[in-house]
Design a binder for this molecule. Structure first.
Ligand code: G1P
Length: 271
């Protein structure tokens, strides 16, 4: 059973400037709801019981969003608006599930994962990258089912344009496990077109083994001087740890770039 999820939220969000100069990108509304709530709903629906947010001091506004009890209580006392009461109850339900840990320097996703080490209880946990929304089908839920069946690590995967491979973690396909699922032989963080082993990219949903922490502890910085989760995963794969790539069925929305963010709002508004 996968019961814990982690969400790295300390990123600076430079691709969304100027919106992110004073605000956390994960709280930006997508069709009237902060992006992070879509991610939380996916977790709850997938059976996750505890969620660890990795934030920084600069992103404290995210904690404030879930800790505004005094504010809500005052408003509700004055005016018992059913909509506000319902929203407050939802925030309270999320708050009960969330733990906060801090990553003070933006040293990469791998470093963010390492901050959660002492809180992870089971052999495997889920990680969701909040820039990647997947709608219409719960990707985490499907991945948990695959994990339960094969007892392996799992990553969400999607075919991307050949000339865009350097934007993603790209993996080398091994044998087919079944429809939509493949074993992974190798994974490379943001390769040049010539070095890319395929045009299949890793998207921001991962079921990772606890073992990854010891890899991360000894890992040297990679591309751009950051500690990448992809490099730790590559090292585990080379140690024969089984990783399955899951071609998810939902629709992928990139909320981390300005174009993608605008498109996401339009797309979710339609459905
Ligand atoms: C991260 C990962 C990359 C993955 C991508 C999915 O990159 O490092 O391997 O393909 O998320 O969105 P980032 O978006 O942080 O540059």
């Amino acid at each position: 059973m996968i019961k814990q999820a982690i969400i790295p939220l300390a990123g600076l969000g430079t691709r969304l400037l100027p919106l992110t100069s004073v605000f956390a990108k994960e709280l930006l509304p997508i069709n009237g709801k902060p992006g992070i709530e879509y991610i939380l709903e996916e977790c709850v629906d997938a059976g996750i019981q505890e969620i660890i947010f990795i934030i920084s001091k600069k992103k404290k506004i995210i904690k404030d969003y879930f800790y505004s009890d005094t504010f809500y209580k005052k408003i509700i006392k004055k005016k018992s608006d059913p909509r506000i009461i319902k929203e407050y109850k939802k925030i309270l339900r999320f708050k009960k599930m969330i733990k906060f840990v801090y990553q003070e320097k933006p040293l990469g996703t791998g470093d963010a994962v390492l901050r959660t080490k002492k809180f992870i209880k089971d052999d495997f946990f889920l990680m969701l990258l909040p820039d990647d929304l997947i709608i219409k089908k719960n990707c985490s839920k499907s991945m948990i089912n695959i994990h339960n069946q094969y007892k392996s690590s799992v990553m969400a995967s999607m075919k991307v344009n050949k000339n865009e491979v350097s934007r993603w973690g790209i993996y080398k396909l091994g044998k087919k496990v079944n429809k939509n699922n493949y074993q992974i032989k190798d994974v490379i963080e943001k390769p040049k077109i010539k070095k890319a082993p395929s045009n299949k990219a890793v998207i921001g949903r991962y079921i990772l083994p606890k073992k990854i922490f010891s890899k991360l502890e000894n890992q040297k910085p990679g591309k751009g001087g950051e500690i990448h989760i992809t490099d730790a995963i590559q090292s585990l794969i080379f140690d024969n740890e089984k990783f399955i790539a899951h071609d998810f069925l939902g629709k992928y929305l990139d909320c981390g770039s300005m174009n993608g963010y605008i498109k996401s709002s339009l797309e979710i508004g339609k459905s």
